[in-house]
Write a protein that binds this ligand. Structure first.
Ligand SMILES: [Zn+2]
Length: 101
C-alpha cells in the first residue's frame, strides 16, 4: 500500500491517506518512540531491561518529512534526529497496533 497524502495534523499527528482510501493518524510522540533506526533500536549490551526514554518537546515535533524512494518516509525531528526511515509497511503496522479514534 502507498500513501497518496501525508501531513501533520494538529501539530501532534501524522495523518496518512493511503491509496486504498483508508486513513491513519499516528501520534508523533508514538512515532518517535518507535523510531526504527539503529541508534533507537539498540539496547545497551548485557542488559535485559527495556530502556525507557523520556522525550522532550523538540524530540516529538517534526521538522520535515522526506519521501524515500517508493517505499518509505524519512522523518526529521526538531532535535536534529534524522536517521529514522519509516517504511510504509511499518507505518501501517504501527497504525494497526494503535487502533483508536
Ligand atoms: Zn532513531
Amino acid at each position: 500500500m502507498t500513501p497518496v497524502k501525508i501531513e501533520i495534523a494538529d501539530g501532534k499527528f501524522l495523518k496518512i491517506n493511503w491509496d486504498d482510501g483508508s486513513e491513519d493518524k499516528l501520534a508523533l510522540d508514538f512515532l518517535r518512540k518507535n523510531c526504527p533506526c539503529a541508534i533507537c533500536t539498540s539496547q545497551p549490551a548485557g542488559s535485559d531491561e527495556m530502556v525507557v526514554r523520556i522525550f522532550g518537546e523538540s524530540q516529538t515535533q517534526v521538522a520535515s518529512i522526506q519521501v524515500v524512494g517508493q517505499y518509505a518516509i524519512n522523518i526529521v525531528w526538531k532535535d536534529g534526529h534524522n536517521t529514522g526511515i519509516y517504511e510504509f509497511d511499518y507505518l501501517k503496522e504501527l497504525a494497526a497496533n494503535t487502533a483508536e479514534e
